[in-house]
Design a protein around this ligand. Structure first.
Ligand code: P5A
Length: 446
């Protein structure tokens, strides 16, 4: 993409309404624009990152054997009356009446809708296990929407639902989700720690939240600091293997890590050596639940079991806060100049800065680099504006592309350009071909 043809409305001023750094930087970098309280338009740069995060979530869900689909945002109140949640959900649910006087709602989550699909089409235990998921907009009329996309009213969530014959099989689905979530967050450059939490309006008392530690997080958390040494890495886990998934769950959840909802000070003191007792704040980027037959009992979702009798299915649901993740990643990865995108989610693979737009050699070298990077499957953002070098660098630093190639007449006389890491600030001179190859190598790992 050439910057002169792109739509990147960066702001010079720091927006006063934004209290936390991710919100400020998303506004300044022209990624989002507030449409109304807690509701945002995704401008091209923000939309690109959102799509990259979605793509990682899709790939990892499909790898785990979960099946993508799409349910609507608007739902009928009838199903929610069946489960009993229409009244329970309270003010957070946006209720709508259509022209025929029918009660509708903008879905805050989809347990009812998916259970209705299941009961209409699945009849036998032979069709289990089954896990369906989608990535769809949700609406929760939060009392205090704040921090930009972090606590929105309209937000994008990946929500998955497992249907299993018994508790044991459903717990395997739970573990499978835990493994796939660990992989997904690490691909986004994040460490998200599973912590024992509370079921809230979704239900069930077996649930973990995934938290990214950050001072601006809304949750208070207590944990054994040894947990922060755990890495999922690139290990291969067989998602069909009960023991392999169970082993990962045990490795990542056996140490004390809880949100304030389930924190037990006595247990914390007894289990964790004092030097490793940490309390901090965290951003909840996902949550997994096992709630057994809560919805299948209420809505009559049964299957014919192996002995011919009908039994209610065991269920769980599993969510990732896709739009919130942009905020969480920025909170975890920025400096005073702007965002620093991890390679896994960056909107463009690198920036090309032309120090002397209009200089024949510099322009030609930038064009050749641009074509070469594209030919290797990368997407560069070429700053081809007639701006001062300082302004070009400031824009690149603000929008946070992990790599920048700087092209100027002086370097070109020696046949070199400069490759700079946004994270370390280190620069290296090399030929344009070498820079392209180096980036191709870096991105092959992502
Ligand atoms: C699990 C999937 C559920 O709704 N039902 C379907 C279950 N869980 S949850 O924990 O309530 O939400 C899942 C994730 O969505 C994100 N999230 C939000 N993101 C932005 N703004 C909000 N107002 C908001 N509310 C929830 C969180 O990341 C949460 O973990």
């Amino acid at each position: 993409m050439r910057l002169t043809r792109y739509f990147l409305p960066v702001l010079k001023e720091t927006p006063s309404e934004a209290q936390i750094v991710s919100h400020r930087l998303m506004l300044r970098a022209g990624m989002i624009k507030q449409a109304s309280a807690g509701i945002y338009s995704w401008l091209p740069l923000g939309f690109k990152v959102l799509r990259r995060i979605e793509q990682i979530v899709h790939e990892e869900q499909i790898r785990a054997g979960h099946i993508p689909m799409l349910m609507p945002t608007l739902q009928s109140a009838e199903l929610w009356r069946e489960s009993g949640r229409y009244d329970d959900y309270g003010q957070e649910m946006l209720r709508i009446t259509d022209r025929h006087g029918r009660d509708m709602l903008y879905g805050p989550t989809n347990e009812e809708l998916i259970t209705d699909i299941f009961r209409a089409h699945v009849n036998s235990y032979k069709d289990l296990p089954l896990t369906l998921y989608h990535i769809q907009w949700k609406f929760r009329d939060e009392v205090r929407p704040r921090f930009g996309v972090m606590r929105g009213r309209e937000f994008l969530m990946k929500d998955g639902y497992n249907f299993d014959l018994d508790k044991e099989a459903a717990l395997h689905a739970y573990n499978r989700h835990l493994v796939s979530y660990l992989r997904s967050y690490e691909r986004m450059g994040l460490q998200a720690i599973p912590m024992r939490a509370d079921g809230g309006p979704i239900g069930g008392d077996y649930t973990h939240e995934f938290l990214v530690l950050a001072e601006t997080g809304e949750s208070e958390v207590f944990y054994d600091s040894a947990i922060t040494d755990l890495k999922f890495g690139d290990r291969a886990v067989d998602y069909d293997s009960v023991s392999e998934c169970q082993a990962v769950l045990e490795e990542f959840t056996s140490r004390y890590a809880r949100t304030d909802e389930t924190h037990d000070a006595e247990l914390f003191a007894a289990q964790v050596p004092e030097a490793r007792q940490k309390s901090a704040r965290g951003i909840e980027v996902g949550q997994i639940f096992y709630f057994g037959t809560k919805y299948s009992d209420a809505m009559g979702a049964t299957v014919v079991g192996p002995d011919g009798a009908r039994v209610p299915v065991h269920m769980g649901s599993h969510g990732i806060g896709v739009s919130r993740l942009l905020g969480a990643i920025i909170e975890a990865s920025h400096d005073e100049r702007g965002i620093i995108w991890p390679e896994g989610v960056t909107p463009f693979h690198c920036g090309i800065v032309n120090l002397k737009q209009g200089d024949a050699a510099a322009d030609a070298a930038c064009e050749a680099l641009y074509a070469g990077l594209n030919a290797k499957g990368m997407e560069p953002l070429y700053d081809d504006r007639s701006e001062r070098a300082g302004a070009k660098f400031a824009t690149m630093d603000l929008i946070g592309l992990p790599w920048r190639i700087t092209v100027g007449p002086r370097g070109l006389e020696k046949g070199v350009v400069e490759l700079t890491s946004r994270r370390t600030g280190e620069s290296e001179e090399m030929t344009p071909e070498a820079a392209t190859d180096r980036l191709a190598q870096i991105y092959a790992a992502h």
